[in-house]
Design a protein around this ligand. Structure first.
Ligand SMILES: Cc1ncc(COP(=O)(O)O)c(C=O)c1O
Length: 372
């Protein structure tokens, strides 16, 4: 049987949440679980994130799924609702919404939830420089005033454009704008207005600006959110192992090539193995010549680094096993997990770990690693 497998490690998720809490001890945590928990599967992830104060999702459908799975704490819709009808649904399901533009403001003003409804708390989005969603300097104070007059509790929020890059000049601009407007709102409208500025990268790079809520995503899943430190240096554990098995072993003769497009030629007779994984599973088709996988030595259980040779196909890749030992048909091959880390694979593929995690196909089998 074909055995490409995605294994989720709940203990790693819980560990990573703990790291978030250690870094931001005075803030509440809105754990981002949008896009099916960054590809990990929301059903497995939610129980591991019970210690979060709330979860963040991108759509009402995702919110509903979380409610159906029994999540009772706060849910934040980080893009808000898309219609007046959906605003009512958000009220019905106790979701708290971002309000980032006029139509959403009007839906909220036209239909005010009851005093004790979680929807009475809204995340007012302020555009500090990302220039995607949010009210600008000219409109944010007025929007806040209207919402506050209507009885809403406010969390002023914004999103960094470059928080992964500590040195980027826009970070300071965004932080200053955010802090200034938050102060204005607190002084002019309501001292209890809260703030939420940081995603994972902001949380790591700007500890003095955590405010009331942090909104970590990628670091919960064990990837590094910053450019200058890897996941291990941040004490983050990958929450996903992606693995497959060897399906054939062969020798490619010196001078021969392997795979589509004949992109790699053997300079000497080379032992290769075919692994039952490909872009049909979500492994990236284009990876650089440095890309490697780890094969588990069947005797010692040690992990051995084996380079990928030739093109990644839909269902298989070829790897060079000439320097490896005790490789047999059916040996386990790690595509990403502890090593290589998904962030490394992403570098070889010219993308980011987020994308690789989110774009896995439905073909690999799903498993959950239960700690012994
Ligand atoms: C509004 C908002 N906050 C927080 C996050 C989490 O970001 P990260 O995964 O980089 O921590 C996201 C993700 O894109 C987001 O859109």
């Amino acid at each position: 049987m074909r055995t490409a497998t995605v294994t989720i490690k709940p203990a790693a998720l819980t560990h990573n949440l703990l790291q978030v809490k250690k870094r931001a001890p005075n803030s509440k945590v809105l754990a981002m679980v949008k896009a099916n928990a960054y590809g990990h599967g929301i059903k497995v992830v939610l129980p591991a994130l019970q210690q979060a104060d709330g979860i963040g999702v991108a759509s009402f459908t995702e919110a509903l799924e979380a409610r159906d799975l029994g999540w009772q704490k706060a849910i934040g819709l980080v893009e808000g609702v898309f219609s007046a009808g959906e605003w009512q649904q958000a009220i019905d399901h106790d979701c708290s919404c971002v309000i980032h533009h006029l139509p959403q403001l009007n839906w909220a003003l036209d239909n005010i939830p009851k005093d004790d409804s979680p929807t009475r708390t809204v995340w007012l989005k302020y555009n500090t420089g990302m220039n995607r969603l949010g009210f600008d300097d000219d409109t944010v104070i007025d929007a806040a005033q209207q919402l506050s007059d209507a009885g809403y509790q406010l969390i002023l929020t914004t999103h960094f454009a470059n928080a992964d890059d500590f040195e980027h000049p826009l970070n300071t601009v965004q932080i200053q704008r955010f802090n200034k407007i938050l102060k204005v709102l607190q002084q002019a409208i309501d001292a209890d207005i809260q703030g939420s500025l940081c995603n994972s990268a902001g949380l790591v790079n700007f500890p003095e600006h955590h405010h009331d809520w942090v909104r970590p995503g990628i670091m919960l899943y064990g990837s590094s959110p910053v450019t200058h430190k890897c996941a291990a240096e941040l004490d983050l554990q990958p929450a996903m192992d992606f693995s497959a098995r060897i399906m054939a072993i062969q020798t490619v003769k010196a001078g021969d090539s392997i795979g589509y497009g004949s992109r790699w030629f053997a300079t000497e007779d080379t032992q290769t193995a075919l692994v039952s994984i490909g872009y049909g599973d979500g492994y990236p088709r284009v990876v650089s010549a440095d890309a490697y996988v780890c094969v588990i030595d069947s005797k010692t259980a040690q992990s051995q680094r084996c380079p990928i040779r030739g093109r990644v196909a839909m269902d298989m890749i070829a790897i060079d096993i000439s320097a490896a030992s005790h490789i047999t048909l059916d040996s386990e091959v790690r595509l990403w997990g502890d090593a290589p880390h998904v962030d490394e694979v992403a570098t070889y593929a010219g993308t980011i770990g987020y994308e690789l995690l989110c774009r896995l196909s439905t073909r690999p089998k799903r498993a959950v690693h239960i700690e012994p």
